[in-house]
Write a protein that binds this ligand. Structure first.
Ligand SMILES: [Zn+2]
Length: 215
């Protein structure tokens, strides 16, 4: 990309009014990275193809070991550093090369591993609207959780703010293009699980959108 193209691209990103991060329900995104957010850089990514713009948001859950929260095992997994002997259940997964763009922990804090402008390896064999390989055109967000333990309100709030921020930056992620992993890989995956409250999430999206637009 030439310098001229780059400046054009950044100008077009600035067409929408930038919000004050102190007061708005938005997170700033620069060069594919959330600003003022913890970063743990993972090598488990690949480059996006220009003909595959980001048009889908996939919501997942993960906990390591399953059902236990806190600690650094999820980050270790996404960074390829999970110790196979740290827990009996890790032996089978320690060698996996998997990642997500972000994790939202139980307290609502975010860790970003992969630039949104690159592909994370979260969806696996998957299909959305007859299009396969969802990693090619999606962003993957992990909630620290399980299919059957209710998520924390802080996670719903942060997920909603993150989603609105992503929608502002990647406008092809319409509300109809926000799905669970279970929706794009129904025979293999169940996350984010039956406890994920889609109507609450969608209500928060609407509320926060109104708040920001009124500012
Ligand atoms: Zn998943």
């Amino acid at each position: 990309m030439s310098l001229t193209d780059k400046s054009k691209a950044s100008n077009s990103n600035n067409l929408r009014p930038s919000s004050d991060p102190e007061t708005s329900q938005r997170l700033l995104i620069k060069d594919g990275w959330l600003q003022n957010t913890e970063q743990q850089l993972s090598n488990f990514f690949s480059l996006r193809e220009p003909q595959e713009p980001i048009s889908l948001l996939v919501i997942h859950n993960i906990s390591l070991p399953a059902g236990s929260f806190g600690g650094n095992h999820i980050t270790d997994l996404f960074l390829g550093k999970l110790a196979a002997d740290a827990h009996p259940s890790f032996a089978d997964i320690a060698q996996l090369e998997v990642s997500a763009h972000c994790l939202i922990r139980r307290d609502g804090s975010i860790i970003q591993y992969i630039s949104f402008n690159n592909k994370a390896w979260h969806a696996g064999v998957s299909c959305f609207n007859d299009k396969e390989k969802c990693n090619d055109f999606s962003i993957g967000i992990e909630l620290e959780g399980t299919d059957n333990i209710p998520y924390e309100e802080a996670q719903y709030q942060q997920l909603s703010i993150l989603t609105l921020s992503l929608q502002q930056h990647y406008p092809l992620i319409t509300n109809e293009h926000i799905v669970g992993h279970c929706d794009i890989a129904p025979k293999r995956k169940t996350d984010p699980g039956e406890v994920f409250d889609w109507s609450h999430f969608r209500q928060l999206l609407q509320e926060y959108n109104i708040i920001t637009n009124e500012e």
